[in-house]
Structures are given as structure tokens and as C-alpha cells.
Design a protein around this ligand. Structure first.
Ligand code: ADP
Length: 524
């Protein structure tokens, strides 16, 4: 017997249409190079219709790739709505990618047109496959030969009807940042995008509501800003886009000025807020921050609670999982005791529970690797035969992350498979060592990498960034660790560095550290 409910496709177009119909007056705010722009859902959706119509006039049709090279802004959001809703595919380019990788992904995706911010006009190379460029005026900046965004949409039809589409068609694509080789193309469908947006809005995920002012700090070129712009529009929340100003002082100032209630981004940015002086703008409007993309050190959770009284909630995910796949929240019972207790912090520093609709299993045969599947998890990469390395034959995604289960079903990510240190045949978790070192009050940041060792195969090398003015030495670090980890985990090598190198999306770039220290002689 069939169910007798309507078979309504889940389409990005619904997000635009609902916002237009239900929340027309809700405000949207965007920082530009030298000011602030304000709009509403009604205006933005009308402009998205004009844009879709103008793109159609330019010959862009269903399935064509439309690239963006921009910061988080109102115009970028208009593209988020217009491009998938007209049946084309939005390809967000990572503006911090090396030129060689950028050329690779643009050619691989066969992008036909690219929209770029004026503030980035000098940073983008010319791409062979790209037929047209459109300049988005977020401040001064010229791009010879490019069309002007505002002129383009002025010629578009404000009543352009978004077509009916199959929900399984591609809506957007995003390439992984390539910490593990060539970037790989992940292709989101309309259906996966809508289900993910609903999923992240749930109370125990981001808990987004109409009354929120949401600021997507994670870039719109990184896994769709973790889905925030779509989820916020779906629930009718106000949105505040930080534009080209991504420094900690600028972020703090915008939070205070626009009374942002919710934001999310990688740990680096929140570490940066902790470095601000006592005259830093108030973060009192924030109800919470979701943080992920790399391990959130327990010390960051504690310091944020103490200094700002704003809870940081850890989430885990990958470009391949849309990205949000797990969130760590405390159950409200005695099992974890006082929310400020050590147990509670340990749980908050875990990656938490998988999202509804996401299944997981732990593959003991590959050292505890986490496997996931679900309606917003990729089943393969675009034009890439991965020969079973990432996608198993029975339909799971190998995450490359090694987990243990805590408190029953909380995922605790102990490392990435390739970052584990294998010493004398036993594994040492680089993530755990880093977390412990970073809990030292004189340590700003720390990354642990494996270095070759004649006797043990590999040993951990701790690369430590001291707080300004600190004279911490290698023995101090070891003495501090000796009370916290097994003796054989203690790193013989502790290197003091000025900064942990970061990838294009702000994660620790251990490749660089491994290269730097693998061959070099120990410092002490
Ligand atoms: P890349 O693999 O190119 O860095 P992603 O941005 O998709 O691209 O990164 C996904 C990876 O980031 C995960 O597999 C995991 O290793 C790491 N990660 C994401 N969130 C967390 C988290 N909360 N804690 C630890 N690691 C995380």
C-alpha cells in the first residue's frame, strides 16, 4: 500500500519563495569594504529573480556551473538563491586557494561564468574555461572586461519564475580544501541542501529561530558557510554578513553593532577574539557560537565561558557531509553533573551526537575510523573514481577521522588517520596531545606532528606557540604533560614557532610542519 502524501520536491527555490512570502521585511545586513548595506528578504529574492533572468539571457541554462569568488555578502547570498533555483549549479571558489589549485578546480568543474567581489578583483587569475566575469561592487576595485553586477540585474525580470526541478539535480558544488591531495568536487543536490538546512536548524544543532540575528563567519566558499544562509532564510532569521573584514576585531565590532545572536566558525577565529584587549566590543548579544572544522580545544571552551560568558558548542563535519554531521550538547541530567564541571567540559570538547538522519559506524579494522551515511552525505566525488578509498561498496563514507565513543554515544575524535603518530607499533593521538598542551596558560597554539625515528618508527614532535612574553621551555612543556598523558607519549622534541601554519580554510596545516621538522635536527 502506498502512502498518500504529496510528493513535493525539496528545492532551494522553496527557501527563496518562503522568505519572500512569509518574511519580506526581515532585514539582511552586509559589510562592504567601507560601509554597511541593508536589505530585506523581499528585495533580495526579487534581485535573485532578476539575476536568474539575466543569467538565462546570457545563455546560462540548467546544469551549467556558475562560480563565485567572494566574501560573505548580500550579493553572494543572492547568488545562493538565484543559481540553484534556476537549475544551474553554484560553484563557490575558495578565495584563499593557491592559484594552481584554483585553476584545477575551475577547469575540472568547467565553470562558464564567475562572479567576483571588487575587493578581490586583483586576487583572481583569468581562467580559460570561463566565458564571462561579473564584478560585484563591494567597494573600489576594477576588473577590465567584466560585466557589472548591478547593471546585469537591472536588465533582469523581477518576476522571473523559478522552474520546477527534480530534487535530485545538482544545486551547488564545493571542492574539498585539499589537505589530502588534489581538491575533490562534492556536488550537493537540492534535496540534500534542504534536508541539511532543516537538520541544522533543529534545537540541538544550531537551534535557529526567526528571532535570531545570524552571522555566518565561516566563509560562504567553505561548505556553503555550513548551510547557515539557507537555514537562516528558511526560518526567517535576520542575517549579518561580515564581507571582506574577517579579522577578530572587525568580527567583534560587527557582533556588537548589529546585536548578533548566533554565529559559527572555525576555532582560529574565536581564539583570535580571546586575544583582544579589555576594551574589546561586547559579545553580550550572542546566545552561543557553534565551532568546528577542526578540534575545539577544551581550553577555548573554558576561556570563552570565563571571559565572555558565551557558550561555544562543538560541531563536526566535512565538505562531504554538507557539512554538519554531529554536535556536542550536554544532556540536561545528573549524568554530566554541573555544566562547569570537568566531565561536562570533556563532553563539550567531544564531537557529540550524530545528527538525525545520519548513521555512523566505527570501523575497528581500520583503527577506529568513523564511517557515516545519510541523505546529506556525498556518495561519490564529481568526475573522480576513488576506487573505494573514500566510498565503500556498501554505501558508507570513510571520514578519515579516528573516533572513540564516550558516554555511550558521544563521538570523540582522537585523530585523523593520517595524523596519528605510530610509535613502536602503538598509536599516539596528536589531537589529544595538542589539546593538553593548549591547556597550558602560557600556550597560544600547539600542533603535534609525527617525525621519523630510527628506534620507534615515529615520534611526536610538538610545535608550540607561546603567549607573548612567556619564556616557557621544552622541559616545562614535558613536565606539564607528564601529569596528563602516558610517559611514552611525551614528545622528545618541542619546537617553539611563531605561528601554526594554516590551510586556506584556517585549519592547522600539518603538512607544512611535517616537511619542516621531519628532516631538521631537533632544537634541543
Ligand atoms: P579538508 O579535509 O580538506 O580539511 P573539510 O573542511 O571538509 O576539508 O574538513 C573535514 C575534516 O575536518 C574532518 O574530516 C575532520 O578531520 C576535521 N574536523 C571538522 N570538524 C572537526 C571537529 N569538530 N573536531 C575535529 N576535527 C574536525
Amino acid at each position: 500500500m502506498d502512502g498518500l502524501m504529496m510528493d513535493v520536491p525539496l528545492l532551494v527555490r522553496h527557501i527563496a519563495e518562503r522568505a519572500e512570502q512569509v518574511f519580506p521585511e526581515r532585514e539582511l545586513v552586509s559589510r562592504t569594504q567601507d560601509g554597511v548595506e541593508r536589505s530585506t528578504y523581499a528585495q533580495v529574492v526579487e534581485r535573485a529573480r532578476r539575476l536568474a533572468s539575466a543569467l538565462t539571457q546570457l545563455g546560462i541554462g540548467p546544469g551549467d556551473r556558475v562560480a563565485t569568488f567572494g566574501w560573505n555578502s548580500l550579493r553572494h547570498f543572492e547568488l545562493y538563491l538565484a543559481v540553484p533555483s534556476m537549475g544551474a549549479v553554484l560553484h563557490t571558489l575558495n578565495v584563499r586557494l593557491f592559484e594552481e589549485d584554483l585553476r584545477y578546480v575551475v577547469a575540472h568543474a568547467e565553470d562558464r561564468i564567475v562572479f567576483l567581489d571588487a575587493s578581490l578583483a586583483g586576487a583572481m587569475p583569468r581562467f580559460e574555461s570561463v566565458e564571462r566575469e561579473v564584478l560585484m561592487p563591494d567597494g573600489p576595485g576594477q576588473r577590465p572586461g567584466a560585466l557589472d553586477y548591478e547593471e546585469l540585474i537591472a536588465g533582469g525580470d523581477p518576476a522571473f519564475p523559478f522552474p520546477d526541478l527534480d530534487e535530485c539535480r545538482a544545486a551547488a558544488m564545493c571542492y574539498t580544501s585539499g589537505t589530502t591531495g588534489r581538491p575533490k568536487g562534492v556536488v550537493y543536490s537540492h534535496r540534500s541542501t534542504l534536508l541539511h538546512a532543516l537538520g541544522i536548524a533543529l534545537p540541538d544543532a544550531m537551534g535557529l529561530r526567526e528571532r535570531d540575528s545570524v552571522m555566518p563567519v565561516v566563509p560562504m566558499f567553505h561548505a556553503n558557510a555550513w548551510g547557515m544562509p539557507y537555514a537562516a532564510a528558511l526560518v526567517g532569521a535576520r542575517q549579518v554578513f561580515p564581507g571582506p573584514h574577517m579579522t577578530p576585531p572587525a568580527i567583534a565590532q560587527l557582533i556588537a553593532q548589529e546585536r548578533v545572536t548566533f554565529t559559527a566558525g572555525v576555532p582560529t577565529i574565536w581564539q583570535g577574539l580571546l586575544q583582544l584587549g579589555d576594551d574589546a566590543p561586547s559579545l553580550a548579544s550572542l546566545r552561543e557560537i557553534v565551532c568546528g572544522g577542526s578540534a575545539v580545544p577544551e581550553a577555548l571552551l573554558r576561556r570563552f565561558d570565563e571571559r565572555f560568558g558565551v557558550p561555544i558548542v562543538q560541531a563536526w563535519g566535512m565538505t562531504e557531509t554538507s557539512p554538519l554531521a554531529s554536535v556536542s550538547r550536554l544532556p540536561d541530567d545528573e549524568s554530566t553533573g554541573d555544566a562547569k564541571g570537568d566531565d561536562a567540559y570533556a563532553l563539550r570538547a567531544s564531537q557529540g551526537h550524530v545528527q538525525p538522519l545520519v548513521d555512523f559506524r566505527v570501523d575497528e579494522a581500520s583503527g577506529g575510523e568513523l564511517l557515516v551515511r545519510g541523505p546529506w552525505v556525498a556518495r561519490r566525488y564529481y568526475r573522480d573514481d576513488d576506487h573505494g578509498a573514500t566510498f565503500t561498496e556498501d554505501g558508507w563514507l570513510r571520514t578519515g577521522d579516528v573516533v572513540e565513543l564516550r558516554h555511550g554515544s558521544y563521538l570523540k575524535l582522537v585523530d585523523r588517520t593520517k595524523d596519528l603518530v605510530k610509535s613502536g607499533g602503538e598509536w599516539i593521538s596528536s589531537v589529544e596531545l595538542e589539546g593538553e598542551i593548549m591547556s597550558h596558560p602560557e600556550v597560544l597554539e600547539a600542533a603535534v606532528v609525527a617525525v621519523p625515528d630510527e628506534r620507534w618508527g615515529e615520534r611526536p614532535c610538538a610545535c608550540v606557540v607561546r603567549e607573548p612574553g612567556s619564556s616557557l621551555d621544552a622541559d616545562d612543556v614535558r613536565a606539564f604533560l607528564a601529569e596528563r598523558v602516558a610517559r611514552w607519549w611525551l614528545p622528545e622534541r618541542v619546537e617553539f614557532i611563531d605561528e601554526v601554519p594554516k590551510t586556506s580554510v584556517g585549519k592547522f596545516d600539518k603538512k607544512v610542519l611535517r616537511r619542516r621538522f621531519a628532516a631538521a635536527k631537533p632544537a634541543d
